[in-house]
Design a protein around this ligand. Structure first.
Ligand SMILES: [Zn+2]
Ligand SMILES: [Zn+2]
Length: 129
């Protein structure tokens, strides 16, 4: 096992696990991506419809979480990433929507509900019909 301080590139993981099937990679390592001018921006998950792959890290979700809370966070992040896979961008209409830009803080994830807002539902339907 690597040291917990080590950070892994989420983008490299997506490339590495990319295949012809839709794939979800779950890791306990801390994962980072490039965001604006920050080279190592820590994220809960990263999805790419191009690679058909999503990676989710338990590393940040586990912080101060009971097993029940961890489960809720994991569900939210999984569905958020699936939303990206379905073509959705971040939602600005409803702060409780799962597609809010929750990558920032765990507080945001915790205040979200397990739903897409009406607007995102419509968009997802439109993209996938
Ligand atoms: Zn996102
Ligand atoms: Zn929404």
């Amino acid at each position: 096992m690597a040291k917990s301080k080590e950070r892994y590139s989420a983008d490299s993981i997506l490339k590495k696990f990319s295949n012809n099937n839709v794939t979800l990679v779950l890791t306990e390592k801390d994962i980072v991506t490039k965001k604006d001018d920050i080279d190592e921006y820590g994220v809960f998950g990263l999805g790419s419809s191009y690679f058909k792959t999503t990676v989710i890290s338990l590393f940040r979700l586990k912080r101060n979480a009971s097993p029940q809370l961890l489960k809720e966070r994991l569900q939210k992040v999984c569905i958020h990433e699936i939303g990206h896979y379905l073509g959705l961008s971040h939602c600005t209409k409803n702060s409780k929507c799962l597609m809010s830009a929750g990558h920032g803080t765990i507080k945001q994830v915790d205040q979200e509900e397990l739903i897409f807002c009406e607007n995102c539902k419509k968009l997802a339907d439109a993209y996938n019909n």
